[in-house]
Design a protein around this ligand. Structure first.
Ligand code: ADP
Ligand code: MG
Length: 526
């Protein structure tokens, strides 16, 4: 018997065709998720365009039902920022060509895949047929530019439908992006609100206004003018470079010798280190970097991986929040009775520097829950989905013994975990959860322990104060009687005077505790 042989036909896809077919990979799986993801991607771009450039963000987000449409699940999402704007020659590709980005450099930003804005445009286009509208005024330009465009999905190219430019009459700079898409407001409402709330926690220096399709307007006020230091671009660290990247770097370098190449293109490599590496690899220092054989490149990589004397990557290019901003944000949004934050020293995984920060908030406006409420962030982006598969979730629920810190659940406890790095080990391009890299895990655990110890001290002090207060209340009950008795044996005092003096003494003690006065307690008891 002969098997029926069919000939397979091979083709390739452009990035836009690929992501059109696999929208869920980037978080656009259904109308509810797409509405949330659109807000998120546009807000992240807005924040990258402001705080990463030292501008205090003012961001306006608006979701409206598109009444002009026959279906009632079509929305417009508009996000306006006061950022650096986009040069007009880049606007079409920035919004109409997948994998086009200004962030493909080693710098800590929220964006990193060159996908976000385009996925919103693409999803909008295929669900409503409508193009994206972009208005942008670059920071040092005298003009405002307007574009209406769509994506040519087959060829991954922008199609410009309309464009215009206007003279600027004031010094406004920034960007306004408006997309139309099929969405599900009722299902995404709570996630969108939660996303904005968490953004407000981690960016208390931003002013955020949100107007929702029901006509509600929510305003997250700026609660500090202090901003994190802007991130800076860095050269790669030798430990973080693999074979392909090394080949690319060798091709692109302007260095004329291998020695020069190592010193110029990498961080933490000085001439002495470079000479040692090359000697160990058996490569001449004056070899032409463009003419290295495959074998030589492999040798170089192997030697670097074995070479233990390179200093760890620097972290001064990272933009962490700092303890003060975290505490301000937690206080402003959660109104807790206790907060503490810690920013750990930089650490390294696979040649990438990272910093872990943790904030704890307890009591006050926080509702009790059966497990710690986790606020996860990566490069200042709130992560809301896939909580169960995130490294922090595992740590908070399995590794930390909260009992040891005086907390038994249900308890009003919020744990904020922020990781910043030029390379976050996300589990997918939807950027929703972080992989359990051992180095990162260790840092998170250490950071949580550090703040949890502060909470433990606070709680045990509070417990002691409560005990003393209870004692004071008991004593207070006897004061009138004691005062009467004392007045009988001591000359020239009235029992009322004695009574009020004794109460004042107790009150003084309790005031230091910041709790109710004895009078109130006594009244409360009677
Ligand atoms: P990514 O953010 O990963 O780079 P996006 O598709 O979200 O990818 O954005 C593409 C590029 O468009 C960005 O790299 C940025 O240069 C530019 N851009 C998008 N939105 C804005 C904005 N609001 N302000 C300034 N530049 C923006
Ligand atoms: Mg982006």
């Amino acid at each position: 018997m002969t098997a029926a042989v069919t000939i397979e036909k091979f083709t390739s896809l452009t990035p836009s065709e690929f992501f059109y077919r696999n929208k869920e990979i980037a978080g656009f799986s259904n109308p509810s998720r797409a509405l949330y993801q659109t807000v998120r991607e546009l807000v992240e771009n807005a924040l990258d365009a402001t705080d990463a450039h030292g501008i205090l963000p003012v961001i306006k987000v608006s979701i409206k039902r598109d009444g002009g449409h026959e279906k009632d699940n079509i929305f417009s999402v508009t996000v306006e920022d006061n950022g650096i704007g986009i040069p007009p020659n880049h606007i079409p590709s920035a919004f109409g060509q997948l994998l086009y980005s200004s962030k493909y450099i080693l710098r800590q930003t929220r964006g990193m895949f060159g996908l976000g804005a385009k996925m919103a445009v693409l999803y909008g286009q295929v669900t409503t047929g409508k193009p994206v509208e972009v208005i942008s005024a670059p920071i040092n330009s005298r003009k405002i530019y307007y574009f209406k465009l769509r994506i040519d999905i087959k060829n991954n190219k922008p199609i410009i439908l309309e464009k215009a430019q206007y003279s600027k009459t004031n010094d406004w700079h920034g960007t306004i992006v408006k997309v139309y898409l099929e969405g599900d407001w009722s299902r995404s409402k709570s996630k969108i609100y939660e996303y904005l709330r968490r953004t407000a926690v981690i960016a208390p220096y931003a002013e955020l206004v949100f107007s929702d399709p029901e006509g509600n307007i929510v305003y997250f006020e700026r609660s500090t003018n202090k901003m994190p230091p802007p991130p800076r671009e860095v050269k790669p660290h030798p430990y973080g470079v693999d074979l392909e990247m090394m080949k690319m770097m060798l091709q692109l370098t302007t260095a004329e010798t291998l020695l020069d190449f190592l010193v110029k293109e990498f961080q933490c490599v000085g001439e002495i280190t470079a000479r040692k590496i090359l000697a160990q690899a058996g490569l001449p220092t004056d070899a032409n970097p463009h003419k290295l054989t495959m074998e030589d490149v492999e040798k170089l990589i192997r030697t670097i991986k074995k070479f233990k004397d390179i200093k760890p990557p620097r972290a001064n290019h990272l933009s962490y929040l700092g303890e003060e901003i975290i505490e301000t944000g937690l206080k402003a949004i959660l109104r807790p009775e206790f907060v503490a934050a810690v920013t750990r020293k930089p650490s390294v995984y696979e040649g990438h520097a990272f910093i872990v920060e943790v904030g704890l908030a307890y009591g006050g406006g926080i509702k009790a829950s059966d497990r710690p409420q986790l606020l996860r962030y990566a490069n200042k982006i709130p992560l809301l989905y896939d909580e169960g598969s995130d490294v922090s979730f595992k740590i908070v629920n399995e590794e930390i013994d909260w009992n040891y810190y005086g907390i038994s659940f249900p308890a009003p406890l919020v744990v904020l975990v922020h990781i910043c790095s030029t390379k976050i080990p996300y589990k997918g391009v939807g950027k929703e959860s972080i992989a359990d890299v051992p180095e990162i895990e260790r840092e998170i655990i250490a950071a949580i322990r550090e703040v949890a110890r502060k909470l433990k001290m606070y709680l045990s002090k509070k417990r002691k104060e409560m005990e003393e207060a209870e004692k004071a209340v008991t004593i207070a009950k006897y004061i009138p009687e004691v005062a009467q008795a004392l007045a009988k044996i001591v000359d020239n005092v009235k029992p009322e005077d004695l009574e009020s003096r004794l109460l004042a003494l107790l009150n003084q003690k309790l005031k230091a505790f910041k709790i109710r006065s004895v009078d109130e307690v006594v009244v409360g008891i009677e």
